[in-house]
Structures are given as structure tokens and as C-alpha cells.
Design a protein around this ligand. Sequence first.
Ligand SMILES: [Zn+2]
Length: 105
Amino acid sequence: MGYQDAKEKYENDSKQDNSDDLYCSANGCTNRWSVQMDGKPKCSFHQWFGSKPIDYGSMHLQPNDYSGDPKGWAKRILDRHNTGLEVHALSLKFAKQALKMTVEV
Ligand SMILES: [Zn+2]
């Protein structure tokens, strides 16, 4: 598929989709949002790296310190994911399920 075809297909898909709500609120960003912390849905890139540095204090998280927490493993996986580190998609899915978060399909 050439660039033009891909572009048209993408635009058609976007029209059929007809739900801007699914997309990151950052200007011009075409990623689907995955995080909503301050009222504006954003993709993880813009949420964590777009405007401000990661502030674990305001997230009420202590990275890699979940001793005694039976779901610590899941939180560590999410921490890795949220800080932009590579996480296996299945691991992330299980972690989100364990924490009863919405699983993206
Ligand atoms: Zn974005």
C-alpha cells in the first residue's frame, strides 16, 4: 500500500469511526487516549512526556515499592509501561485486569 492509499484508508477509517472522543486531546495528536488524569484524555506519550515531567508524588505512587501488596506485580508492570519502558502486551493486559482497569482492545 502506498502512502496515498494508506492516508485515504486512514481518513476513511477515521470518518467511519466518528468518535473524536477516542483520541488524545493534545493538538494534532492521532493516538488514541489511554490516560485521563486531569480531565483531558491523552495518549500515554502526551500524558507522561508532553507537558510535564513524571511526578510520582502527585500520582501517589512509589515506584517499585509494593512490598506486601498482592497486586504489586501488576502495579510494577503498569509503572514500567507508564514510564515508557517496554512491556509485553499480554503482561500489560493481565496487569490491567488484575487492577480492574479498562482493557484496551
Ligand atoms: Zn497524544
